[in-house]
Write a protein that binds this ligand. Structure first.
Ligand code: ATP
Ligand code: MG
Length: 444
């Protein structure tokens, strides 16, 4: 096997080898090469200790990323490269970080501490592939298999459980039976992982190409990190509008949304309020009145709990809150004015996915929602009046037309905008002034 490596990586590897230290590209880059996937970063490892690494790259810019654990970053021709000393990890007492690390001169030992066999491969142009645990085979089988005893490996570091979920989603892999069993059994220990790390892994999981499959297979792991979703898999949807139960419907919506973080989170959470909103008729028909408001509150809880950025939390809240509203050519300006083109476009994509994941009689209508996107774009392009500042009148012109100074001005402008958005008046100065005066007479 010959892995084509970028010039800076080759340079770093040969610098180390020339000084007598074994050196390899390792982990994700080797896995992604075997899978024929685009390689997005190259991590290197070497027999050189941190001090020896520093000496090898004397004169180059070095960032001491995690020197205690044997990691430093060298900048070669503008490209940062992370290089880690071969090591084996000591005891873990916090389900996340080794209490100590021992540097090692053996690549096999270094590979042994890595999480999954597909990630425990190293490659050097000089020495070829090092694959002591069958990583290539695991890639061909699309299998996530813990290196060593899965119970032990997940107990050492619970983040590996979420990494498994993430790799299942991104790569379309499945855990082998033993690994999956241990992951689920130990998923309680996910409580001990920092919320930020959980958020990072869940974000990557939601963006994965196989997100719906991974979340279907490993829903138990996901729910451990997002407890408000726990009732979803047991919630039926017995109405003629639906063909899936609540969880399968949710997964079908995720599968139909483009890989945008706010959209995927909104897809996951859009119906999370349904279990609490559910009522059942005598004939067994289910109703979920008012569920978007409850779902939006759950979305807030989940995203704030994970300390997600405010922007993401806000957008997901809006998408979830309005996912069930009615959108059409007649009210498009109103929605555009309320949400702006970017968020409205995402909302329409969410609603498309939602409708398409209903029973066929409903799903047939989904395209109608998508057709609104170019219409909204055209309204913006044509400079449609969407905000107070777009109105052909302002405070001064209203005062000139006899509207009293003070709060009446703002109130009248808002009224005029609403009438324009509803298509009840043209955005034309004379028409607006007339309407303003009429409105004034009505409210006095
Ligand atoms: P990607 O970069 O595509 O997200 P990766 O496999 O390169 O995936 P990184 O987080 O960059 O993942 O880690 C690099 C390598 O370090 C992994 O391939 C794996 O060998 C090892 N590794 C990372 N995190 C852990 C962990 N928590 N436990 C054990 N090994 C790990
Ligand atoms: Mg990586």
């Amino acid at each position: 096997m010959r892995v084509p490596l970028p010039a800076q990586v080759l340079q770093a590897l040969s610098t180390l080898e020339e000084k007598g230290y074994e050196a390899y590209a390792v982990g994700g880059c080797v896995r992604d090469y075997v899978l024929g996937r685009e390689i997005h970063e190259y991590d290197l490892c070497s027999a050189a200790t941190p001090d020896e690494l520093r000496a090898c790259f004397a004169g180059k810019r070095i960032i001491e990323t995690g020197l205690r654990h044997g990691t430093l970053t060298v900048i070669l021709e503008g490209t940062p490269l992370e290089i880690t000393t071969f090591r084996s990890d000591g005891q873990y007492s916090d389900a996340r970080h080794p209490d100590s690390v021992q540097f090692s001169r053996s690549i096999e030992q270094d590979l042994q501490r890595r999480d999954f066999t597909c990630n425990a491969m190293a490659y050097s142009p000089l020495r070829g592939l090092v694959d002591p645990f069958g990583g290539v085979l695991a890639c061909h089988r699309r299998q996530l298999k813990a290196v060593g005893d899965p119970e032990k490996r997940f107990s050492e570091d619970a983040l590996r459980i979420l990494r498994a979920l993430r790799f299942a989603s991104v790569l379309g892999f499945e855990m082998d039976e033993e690994t999956a069993f241990a992951a689920l059994r130990l998923s309680n220990s996910l409580d001990r992982i920092s919320r930020e790390r959980v958020a990072k892994e869940l974000n990557l999981t939601l963006l994965g190409e196989y997100a719906a499959d991974a979340l279907r297979r490993y829903s138990g792991i996901l729910i451990r990190t997002l407890p408000p979703l726990a009732p979803m898999p047991e919630t039926p949807q017995k109405t003629r509008f639906h063909m899936y139960d609540l969880w399968e419907h949710t997964l079908q919506v995720i599968a139909r949304t483009p890989p945008d973080l706010s959209l995927r989170w909104a897809a996951l959470l859009h119906d999370s309020g349904k279990p609490a909103a559910m009522t059942v008729d005598e004939d067994g028909t289910t109703h979920f009145r008012g569920h978007p408001t409850l779902s939006a509150a759950i979305a807030d809880d989940c995203l704030k709990g994970l300390k997600q950025p405010l922007r993401l939390t806000h957008d997901v809240h809006e998408l979830v809150l309005y996912h069930d509203d009615r959108f059409g050519p007649d009210n498009l300006r109103k929605w555009l004015s309320k949400l702006g083109l970017d968020l409205l476009t995402r909302l329409l994509r969410l609603q498309y996915a939602d409708i398409a994941a209903h029973a066929p009689a409903i799903a047939r209508r989904a395209d109608k929602t998508l057709e609104l996107i170019p219409m909204a774009e055209a309204l913006v392009r044509e400079g449609a009046c969407l905000s107070l500042s777009d109105l052909q009148v302002n405070g001064d012109s209203l005062i000139g037309a006899g509207i009293p100074k003070g709060p009446a001005i703002g109130e009248t402008l808002r009224y005029l905008l609403e009438m324009v958005l509803d298509g009840k008046v043209e955005n034309d100065k004379e028409a607006l002034v007339d309407l303003a005066q009429e409105h004034m007479r009505e409210i006095w």
